[in-house]
Design a protein around this ligand. Structure first.
Ligand code: GAR
Length: 202
């Protein structure tokens, strides 16, 4: 009998989707996980074009649907999704999803949490704040998602050095490079650990 333990991954994204692209590329060649669905909340988001390019189904959700119905959960179940990756997704994850996917939702934040996290701290806002404080380094934080912005347990961090002449745009570029280098690989390791723990529970 052939056992297929490949976990179906859903990527939630709101923007250009450069991290989503890296993750799709990575898991094309993986036995551990497969990107099976893209969930997006912005009709003009670049990630929707990337999904088409990779022939991965996508859904566009409204705020009302996300917070006042269980449509998204039903779709995740339909696609047999076992793991959720946030890659530049800017809405807070509702309680019902956190409870349905305990320690199975991860986020990447473009700074070294617990600094520069919380509501309103996303994208360029983060890098502008890092610049305003004259930090000599920034980096990335990958963490589990709970009901609060950027507060779930940390899984992985990596840093990049900043120079005094860096502005918010060059900081953003440096941080994005670090994200691209690590996120897919760290996701794969988390899924492998999750599978081992589930096997030990049997
Ligand atoms: C990434 O830098 C990600 O860390 C950030 O949005 C960007 C998305 O880029 N996420 C947040 O700020 C969440 N608080 P991408 O669409 O090119 O992957």
């Amino acid at each position: 009998m052939i056992m297929d333990n490949t976990v179906n991954i859903a990527i939630f994204a709101s923007g250009g989707g450069s991290n989503a692209r890296k993750i799709m590329e990575h898991f094309q060649a993986s036995q551990i996980g497969k990107v099976a669905l893209i969930v997006c909340n912005k009709p003009e988001a670049g990630v929707l074009d990337i999904a088409r390019e990779f022939d991965i189904p996508s859904i566009l959700i409204t705020r009302k649907q996300f917070y006042e119905s269980r449509d998204v959960l039903e779709t995740l179940e339909k696609y047999n999704i076992g793991f959720i990756v946030l890659a530049g997704f800017l809405w807070l994850i509702p309680d019902y999803l956190v409870q349905a996917y305990p320690n199975k939702i991860v986020n990447i934040h473009p700074a070294l949490l617990p600094k520069y996290g919380g509501k309103g701290m996303y994208g360029m806002n983060v890098h502008k704040a890092v610049k305003a404080n004259g930090e000599s380094q920034s980096g990335i934080s990958i963490h589990f998602v709970n009901e609060h912005y950027d507060e779930g347990n940390l899984i992985f961090q990596a840093t990049c050095a900043l120079k005094p002449e860096d502005d918010a745009a060059t900081i953003a570029k440096k941080v994005l490079e670090v994200e691209h280098r690590h996120y897919a690989r760290v996701i794969e390791t988390i899924i492998q650990t999750m599978q081992k723990e589930e096997r030990n529970d049997l």
